[in-house]
Design a protein around this ligand. Structure first.
Ligand code: BG6
Length: 486
């Protein structure tokens, strides 16, 4: 393990994401020794906080991770606060002075990460100033981490990207998709490529369909305002779902460096739909109040309009137009306020059609399947057929399951912890390249436009706490299939 030398400047340091995810992630890196003596953090935001108050917030944000108050305080002593108006040039001058002072004090050698954890509308302004006011160093690295959403469609994403590119090269821009930091998402690559039994069968000859489910039990909570502009399609499909799909479907990379290019290739091969095809292949939903009246509907949220037609649920059938995946449907779905939190990928193989079992199975043995459980269960389930005990040659289906226990869960790094460390180490594998973002938006834009032009939609169409709209189940039923996970 190599101790990292780095100055991290957080824009949006007083926000929820910073205290819920980012400071705890840094603290875990501190506990493990990845950062120890040669690091400093500058928090900036509009509010007028003092260093002391900022450190109190930081200590509080990590208190569940340690019983050692001294350790938390020592960590927090590396944090500095600078009130900041992102449009005021003078503030960048002050920020530069502070950065240089901390660089000297902690022996950081010019390595800088700028983390933008705030509204994307300010990204361009901030990055321009960072360059103009010479906050980028000559002697170390300069890296930019940005949170989603990266635009709201292809055109706005492109504008945003051009703004960033005035100051940072593509190989300095780390676009976060926190799903790529999850242990089990990273495991997709291992399952596929480290097992001959799967890799040789990972294609249209053997796979019948792929299902990606990102179901959430929570509703939109306090984010109704943002969600009104995003909906499930932009919030979950454009990024997390398509990223997972790309990892499942990409061609075998020859090195980790090649992963992103192979994902780009898949995303560029997604079949784009005409409006008529959208209505055949994609369905949407919005939750109403739960049947028992205990859970509110989406439209009851105070930041959501009474007649909002924004979708909180999406299910769709996606095709990848290449040799490996020709005609193999990838069914995807995501929604809020469902009956459970389930993030899982199911790879459903074609049925074996052995004449030996014809009488028992009417010519079709049950499908084999490998399920990769991401959350809340973490692990695998491999479904195979074997002989049923007894005198006949009947079959029974067995679930060979490996679910990792809590100990593993505790030791496995949190997504943000892993991603921030990757950034310090200059490893871009688990960050999305601009070409991935661009291809994903182009695919999603076709769906969004078709929906925006549709005359009417019957919302709400599923009760909070249910398994989602009937249309989602019909989508697979019309192909003679069903969702593996109920
Ligand atoms: C975020 C979305 O990107 O992912 C949220 O904006 C969603 O709406 C969240 O709740 C889900 O992430 P996770 O890690 O809890 O599955």
């Amino acid at each position: 393990m190599q101790e990292q030398k780095v100055l991290i400047t957080f824009f949006g340091a007083t926000g929820d994401l910073a205290s819920r995810k980012l400071y705890p992630a840094l603290f875990r890196l501190f506990q493990k020794g990845f950062i120890r003596n040669h690091f400093a953090v500058i928090g900036t935001a509009r509010r007028e906080w003092t260093d002391e108050y900022f450190r109190e917030v930081v200590v509080k944000s990590v208190q569940s991770l340690t019983e050692d108050v001294n350790q938390a305080e020592e960590f927090a002593s590396h944090f500095y606060y600078q009130a900041h108006n992102v449009t005021d040039t003078h503030h960048y001058v002050v920020l530069k002075e502070l950065s240089e002072k901390l660089d000297q004090k902690y022996g950081i050698e010019g390595n800088r990460i700028f983390y933008l954890a705030m509204a994307p509308s300010f990204f361009g302004t901030i990055t321009q100033h960072l360059k103009d006011e010479a906050l980028l160093t000559e002697n170390g690295y300069n890296r930019l981490i940005i949170e989603k959403p990266f635009g709201k469609d292809y055109a706005s994403a492109q504008t945003l990207n051009e703004q960033l590119r005035h100051s940072f090269d593509e190989n300095q821009i780390y676009r976060i998709d926190h799903y790529l930091g999850k242990e089990m998402i990273q495991n997709i690559t291992a399952v596929r490529f480290a097992n001959r039994v799967f890799e040789t069968m990972w294609n249209r000859n053997h796979i019948d369909n792929v299902q990606i489910t990102l179901a959430e039990q929570v509703g939109v909570e306090e984010r109704g305002g943002y969600y009104e502009t995003s909906g499930a399609l932009r919030d979950m499909v454009q990024n997390h779902i398509l990223q997972i799909l790309a990892l499942v479907a990409m061609e075998p990379p020859q090195s980790f460096e090649a992963v992103r290019q192979n994902k780009i290739n898949v995303l560029e091969q997604l079949r784009h739909y005409s409006p008529e095809e959208v209505s055949k292949n994609f369905v949407r939903g919005q939750y109403g109040p739960s049947l028992d009246g205990n859970l509110p509907g989406y439209r009851q949220d105070q930041n959501v309009s009474d007649d909002s037609n924004m979708e909180t649920y999406v299910a769709g059938k996606v095709f990848i137009d290449n040799e490996r995946w020709k005609d193999v449907p990838f069914y995807v779905r995501t929604g809020k306020s469902l009956d459970s939190k389930t993030t899982v990928i199911d790879i459903v193989f074609k049925e074996a059609d052995s004449p030996l079992f014809e009488a028992e199975t009417k010519g079709k043995c049950p499908s084999n399947r490998i399920s990769i459980h991401i959350t809340p269960k973490e692990g695998f389930c491999f479904v195979i057929n074997s002989k049923a005990v007894g005198n006949s040659y009947g079959l029974q289906t067995s679930h060979l399951e490996k679910i990792f226990d809590k100990i593993f869960g505790l030791n496995s790094p949190e997504a943000y912890e892993r991603l921030i460390l990757d950034c310090m180490e200059g490893d871009m594998t688990n960050f999305t390249h601009w070409e991935e973002v661009a291809a994903s938006w182009k695919f999603v834009d076709c769906i969004r436009q078709a929906w925006d032009n549709e005359a009417s939609v019957q919302f709400p169409n599923y009760p909070a706490g249910s398994s989602g709209p009937q249309e989602s189940f019909d989508l697979l039923a019309q192909d003679g299939r069903c969702w593996v996970q109920k």
